[in-house]
Design a protein around this ligand. Structure first.
Ligand code: MSP
Length: 513
């Protein structure tokens, strides 16, 4: 049993969660569930990033204290998790005492060992991104790209972390760990970034400009730069759990890879003498009409609206099936509905209905035992024998969209098999051979549905639990055992009906002007 520690980015609390945040939590949850089912000792952490100028400003605009504001928005993020069936083991807030304590200890250690010094900072600061910018971040016409929001020039004494000192180590580390960043093309971007010399990192903000942060333990006139504070959450959450730390995978979006996660974080750990995590899984963005979905762009979808309308499993399936991890993906209600109707209503939901209905009509609701296979059944089994190991291997390689494509191919093939066998026609015949074929076909579709449901468990934990229940199927043995074609359901009593994915009502016709 391996230790598997997985984290998401911790979300800023300056606005409500949208599909981009929901995606990252669901993606991480699917990986966590897959590893739990595979027998690993999983610890899944998520949380909120609560300090910094952005939160201070938004709280001020709303006329509330930063802590009260952070409490309110963090609660919204926490409430989203069970609604999306996210099975996190812990939730960290950077305002938690245990987190602040570890940040202070780390800062003091780095200061004592000479990795932090006082210098003068002059630079351009983006409040929206909570980051100092460099000349190379400007557009050719001298302006700053829209993603940075308002940019102001700042000159002030500040504390610096000796990032540059550790640059040669990081280059060597990445050369020795070619798979540190997934997908690989993202690791190449990091290596490219490191070809230029790094500047030391300004890790403080004078208190008169920013109150809302963790005071530096060696100079209370300053608070800690929000990224230096936030990154530590991955470690502070488990610092008191022996053995947990280095088995970590961080799931993050592409916008926060370079420099925070791929440069600052490994160097901070290395400087502190702590082990480096196993890897970074970097996903792309959900876009609306080609632009990054974000609160500030005003094009964000509320995931909870879709959950209320279609249920959490439908949203989870869409997010995993539609997005190739690492690439960007388009989000729209039309795309969501197309996927919902084809995969869930027509393929999976319809199959569940048919399995229940046919077993009830032709076998008194008790799944029959299968007699010897004919060609059509042998073909189904062969198909499954190919799909099952591919599916697991694709999960291991984070290729969820392809894994689901294959699995829904299998589900469609069950429906096609059923059309071909047409047990409703065979049942009209008194011929014992036809009767045997009815039983064989019911046993085959029931078993095939059981297998598909077992495979889908990490993605659709709610719907698959319902399917197992209506099939009278109790999980037994390991998950990998459950993925083997057998005769587990023969003699099992099925429920009368289950509408898993209701067909959406047609959109109201547009009114004539
Ligand atoms: N607080 C920092 C992360 C600190 S981690 C130590 C932050 N917060 S965020 O709220 O802006 O973003 C949180 C995560 O959501 C990031 O990984 C980000 O990439 C992801 N997403 C935000 N918008 C997104 C999309 N439109 N699509 C997919 N994910 C995106 O950055």
């Amino acid at each position: 049993m391996a230790d598997f520690y997985i984290t998401t980015a911790i979300d800023y609390v300056n606005g409500s969660p949208h599909i981009g945040h929901a995606y990252e939590k669901v993606l991480t949850d699917v990986i966590a569930r897959f590893h739990r089912l595979s027998g690993d000792q999983v610890y899944f952490l998520t949380g909120t990033d609560e300090h910094g100028q952005k939160v201070q400003q938004t709280a001020k605009q709303q006329g509330v204290a930063p802590q009260a504001f952070a409490d309110q928005v963090s609660a919204e993020f926490q409430a989203m998790l069970p609604a999306l069936l996210v099975s996190n083991d812990a939730f960290i807030r950077t305002t938690d005492e245990r987190h602040k304590r570890v940040v202070r200890q780390l800062l003091q250690q780095l200061y004592d060992q000479g990795d932090i010094y006082l210098g003068e900072y002059r630079g351009f600061y983006s409040t929206r991104q909570e980051q100092f910018l460099q000349e190379k971040d400007r557009q050719p016409d001298g302006t700053w790209p829209e993603i940075y929001g308002e940019v102001t020039e700042i000159v002030e004494p500040n504390y610096f972390f000796k990032l540059r000192r550790h640059q040669p180590w990081l280059r060597e580390f990445l050369a020795a760990h070619e798979d540190f960043v997934f997908p690989r093309f993202r690791q190449k971007q990091v290596v490219e970034f490191l070809k230029e010399d790094l500047n030391d990192l300004c890790i403080s903000r004078p208190r008169e400009r920013l109150e809302w942060g963790i005071p530096l333990p060696f100079d209370p006139g300053y608070v800690t730069y929000v990224w230096f504070d936030a990154l530590v959450n991955y470690y502070s959450a488990v610092a008191d759990q022996p053995g947990r730390w280095p088995a970590a995978w961080h799931v993050i979006g592409k916008d926060i890879l370079v420099p925070p996660h791929a440069v600052y974080w490994p160097i901070m750990l290395h400087a502190a003498g702590l082990p480096i995590p196993k890897g970074l899984l970097v996903h792309g963005w959900w876009l609306t009409r080609g632009a990054k979905m974000s609160k500030s762009a005003g094009n964000a979808f509320n995931p909870l609206d879709l959950v209320a309308e279609f249920g959490p499993d439908a949203l989870r399936h869409f997010l995993l099936r539609e997005m190739n991890v690492g690439q960007d993906g388009d989000f729209s209600r039309e795309l969501f509905l197309a996927r919902y109707n084809s995969d869930l209503v027509n393929d999976l939901g319809n199959l569940v209905n048919r399995v229940l209905n046919l077993n009830n009509r032709f076998a008194s609701g008790i799944i029959p035992a299968a007699g010897p296979d004919q060609a059509a059944e042998a073909e189904m089994k062969e198909h499954w024998a190919k799909v099952a190991p591919e599916y697991v291997a694709l999960f291991e390689a984070f290729q969820f969209h392809t894994a689901l494509e294959r699995l829904f191919g299998f589900i469609r093939s069950i429906n096609a098999y059923l059309e071909r066998r047409a047990p409703w026609k065979l049942a009209k015949s008194a011929d014992p051979q036809d009767q045997a074929l009815v039983r064989l076909s019911l046993a085959t579709i029931s078993e095939a549905l059981r297998l598909a449901s077992a495979a889908l468990r990490p993605v659709m934990p709610g719907a698959t639990a319902k399917i197992d229940q209506v099939l009278g199927c109790a999980p037994a043995g390991t998950w990998r055992d459950e993925l083997v074609w057998g005769q587990r359901l023969s003699g099992s009593a099925v429920a009368t009906a289950l509408i898993l994915f209701p067909r959406p009502a047609p959109a109201p016709a547009a009114k004539a002007p």
